[in-house]
Design a protein around this ligand. Sequence first.
Ligand SMILES: *Cc1c(COP(=O)(O)O)cnc(C)c1O
Length: 374
Amino acid sequence: MTITSFIPPQRTLMGPGPSDVSARVLSALARPTIGHLDPLFVGMMDEVKSLLQYAFQTKNEFTIALSAPGSAGMEACFVNLITPEDTVVVCKNGVFGARMIENVNRIGAKLVVVEGKWGRAVDPQALEQTLSKHPEAKFVAFVHAETSTGALSDAKLLCEIAQRFQCLTIVDAVTSLGGVELRVDEWGIDAIYSGSQKCLSCVPGISPISFSDKAVEVIKNRTRPVPSWFLDQSLVMAYWSGEGKRAYHHTAPVNSLYALHESLLMLKNEGLENSWQRHQLQHQALAKGLVELGLEFVVPTDERLPQLNTVYIPKGIDDAKVRSYLLNHYNLEIGAGLGEFAGKAWRIGLMGFGAKNENVALCLAALKDALAKA
Ligand SMILES: *Cc1c(COP(=O)(O)O)cnc(C)c1O
């Protein structure tokens, strides 16, 4: 077998991530690699920190880009903050809430689950009732934007409730960051993680995270070390603390961080609120077209994520056939159903750079053709 260079096709990515990466971000990726302790690179990392503070709407000193995907960001929040003595309330309304549960179980902490419905937002009343029955609870964890179902939860209200019961909050913002309103400081979020490849439209593999001063206190007051060496944020803090103080921990993904810097700069230039609004407007156009094609949304209107549209697959239509038709004839990727929705729903992403007229038009035309052929 002769192996030659891998040349990927030019796809349009309208699944649950990764999303389309712009030429501008891709060209940042191709710039010369320099040393991760080079003063110029350290300066760029400081800018990434400040751009992330803007994206998260936080002044948290501990705001960094973890050198690993969103799943590692999730794990970093759980293993750093939680010890086996703690009681953690996890609100579960999809696949990613279930992964939070997995994290709590592996740590060996006490788990209380607020069971939610697939395709619905987390029920704030259910959280409130659970917390009043569990005064020992120390943390509340939930997913802001459940990518497995397309449901958006009211993070502001859930945090308010958690605070009333003196709980710290851990929030999954992998799909929400940049796509819908998110205000870490104003809403009082204590630990939050995201991903580079969803509404930031950067290459996969980086997880922005941010901890409030209260969360940092919890980490500093730990009596036993974090069980994961790589994710131990007390060691990583020094790595991100700027020129002169920078100590080697691991080698940062230098070029990927150029790309993240560029994508965050694009978000800053556009303006966060403008980006939220663009996602909403493109979603409305797509939703109108999908309904015209006879497709039915899974999530009720006021709980829908603009950046991830879940629709039921019509009866008698072959899921895999339609998706491979879209891929082969239109170079268009849409997402399959996940978990309970496997084979039952499609997940159509409008994330970051991909939330634009061209993608909405392509998706509607291609789906129309595919459904007529099926
Ligand atoms: C994609 C996603 C993750 C995991 O991110 P990876 O970069 O794939 O590890 C976690 N939570 C949610 C809500 C996601 O959509």
